[in-house]
Design a protein around this ligand. Structure first.
Ligand code: AMP
Ligand code: ZN
Length: 475
């Protein structure tokens, strides 16, 4: 809100509260949507480290009622609840693969209708809202400092709100908190008739219920500043008469092909699709990719940068082999993150550790009694803190079985909800290698060759040495 970096001081160090606007669950999420969930996951980890796990409450909601969900349901011949459940499952699966921690609370909009109705009643009572033709609208001019978050002049906000011309509005910039539902649309009974809530109201109500009237940090993508967050401020501050949020944080856009990645631009790459494309290493590679730029800066997406990060992880996993993580996360990494989540700087510090670890590894090669590789142990600790290196080096190089279950079995048109082709497990590969070894030792070279080709087809490369056959997976 101040437009500059500020020193973070919690309202109550025993109860630090963070809210991030969650997804509207009507379709597969794209990799741009993952950016806030990954960068603010780092924030969550930092807060827990600073104040203790038990003293941080992180709420990230699910918007499970929305016109886009309703439209999808009509198109698919399903209920809105079926669509929302299905895509909530996809979202959870996506974030799991990106090693994003579960928030403390994940409230769903549809579980908060009584709270939303109560908030509208308070706002009407205080003269900040009014009913008109089954709608409840927020009366924007009734709030003196409306616009203080986005700092836009009023005429620009009116244009920016892209308000539909509606005869029942007192002022063009007034926004909808409640709208009527027809009989075939989902709706809830209210003092203003059967209807459904607006998106901004959902977040204000869920925050009030789970985190209180004033919270420490509210975050989301920069596209939410106006109108979504501005309107959350209006509703919450006018209802409570208190400051709503102490610190705001907004991530910049993930850009692809010159513009913001978004459905309306038609330039999206779904998380689900990318995970399939990049295989079992994809989750960590995508996560690291999202951390390579500072969160407020734009981030240029391409397959190449994902591949680059996958290679970087190959290098890092190789140098930490045989080392346990240090008990402490290295200070340079923490200091970088403490400075407004400077992840590129943290990654640069980690690269230095990797170089140092590698030099030490070479220096001690062939010596008796390998000394402790402090740099490698530190790198491993830093990775773990950032939600990376959650596999063992062995799993990383040999593959981990990723069984992608369908969240549920409803069939949707054009849905890409296929099951990831399971990577054959290590046991299965070892069995094939043993079989090949046996065939070879019996002089059955035909079988041995066939097995080698089969292994190649599933991306397993064999390296025979006089004493053993080692194997690794191709990327
Ligand atoms: P939505 O489900 O559309 O409300 O978006 C979920 C989150 O993703 C919001 O915090 C958006 O601000 C954010 N977001 C959407 N597109 C992008 C993008 N291209 N880059 C970064 N963040 C984005
Ligand atoms: Zn929100």
């Amino acid at each position: 809100m101040s437009g500059r970096k500020e020193l973070f001081e919690p309202i109550d160090a025993k109860n630090v509260r963070l809210y991030v606007c969650g997804p509207t669950v009507y379709d597969y999420a794209h990799i741009g949507n993952a950016r806030p969930y990954v960068v603010f996951d780092i924030l969550f980890r930092m807060l827990r480290r600073a104040y203790g796990d038990a003293h941080v409450t992180y709420a990230r909601n699910i918007t499970d009622i929305d016109d886009k969900i309703m439209a999808r349901a009509v198109k698919e011949g399903k209920t809105t609840a079926e669509i929302a459940d299905y895509y909530t499952g996809v979202y959870h699966h996506d974030l799991d693969r990106l090693n994003v921690l579960k928030p403390t609370i994940e409230p769903k909009a549809t579980d908060h209708l009584p709270e939303m109705i109560a908030m509208m009643q308070v706002l009407i009572g205080k003269g900040h809202a009014y009913e008109a033709e089954g709608h409840v609208l927020f009366d924007v001019p009734s709030m003196k400092d409306y616009g203080k978050l986005s700092h836009r002049p009023m005429d620009e906000m009116i244009a920016g709100a892209r308000v539909e011309v509606a005869p029942y509005k007192k002022n063009p910039q007034d926004f909808v908190m409640w709208k009527p539902s027809s009989d075939d649309q989902p709706g809830w009974d209210s003092p203003w008739g059967r209807g459904r809530p607006g998106w901004h109201l959902e977040c204000s109500s869920m925050i009030e219920k789970h985190l209180g009237e004033t919270i420490d940090i509210h975050a989301g993508g920069v596209d939410l500043v106006f109108p979504h967050h501005e309107n959350e401020v209006a509703q919450s501050e006018c209802a409570h008469g208190e400051t709503f949020v102490k610190y705001w944080m907004h991530n910049g856009y993930l850009v692809f092909g010159g513009g913001k990645m978004s459905k309306s631009e038609g330039n999206i790459q779904t998380i689900d699709g990318l995970l399939k494309k990049f295989g079992y290493k994809g989750g960590e590679a995508l996560r690291l990719m999202l951390l390579t730029a500072h969160y407020r800066q734009p981030l240029d997406f391409s397959d190449e940068i994902v591949i680059e990060q996958r290679r970087r992880l190959d290098r890092w996993y190789r140098v930490v082999m045989g080392t346990f993580a240090s008990p402490k996360v290295p200070e340079e990494v923490i200091q970088s993150l403490e400075d407004d989540l400077n992840t590129p700087k943290a990654i640069a510090a980690m690269e230095k550790l990797a170089d140092k670890a590698k030099r030490q590894k070479f220096a001690s090669m062939g010596r008796v009694g390998v000394p402790h590789n402090r740099a490698a142990a530190d790198l491993r600790a830093a990775c773990n803190f950032l939600g990376l290196m959650e596999m063992s080096p062995d799993e990383w190089f040999k593959g981990r079985e990723v069984v992608q279950k369908k969240p549920n079995s409803i069939h949707l048109s054009g849905s890409k909800a296929t099951v990831i082709k399971d990577v054959p497990g290590e046991a299965e590969i070892q069995r094939m290698i043993d079989e090949r070894y046996k065939a070879r030792s019996e002089g059955d070279y035909e079988t041995a060759d066939r097995i080698r080709i089969e292994l190649e087809e599933i991306g397993v490369i064999l390296e025979d040495s006089p004493t053993a056959t080692e194997w690794r997976r191709k990327d």
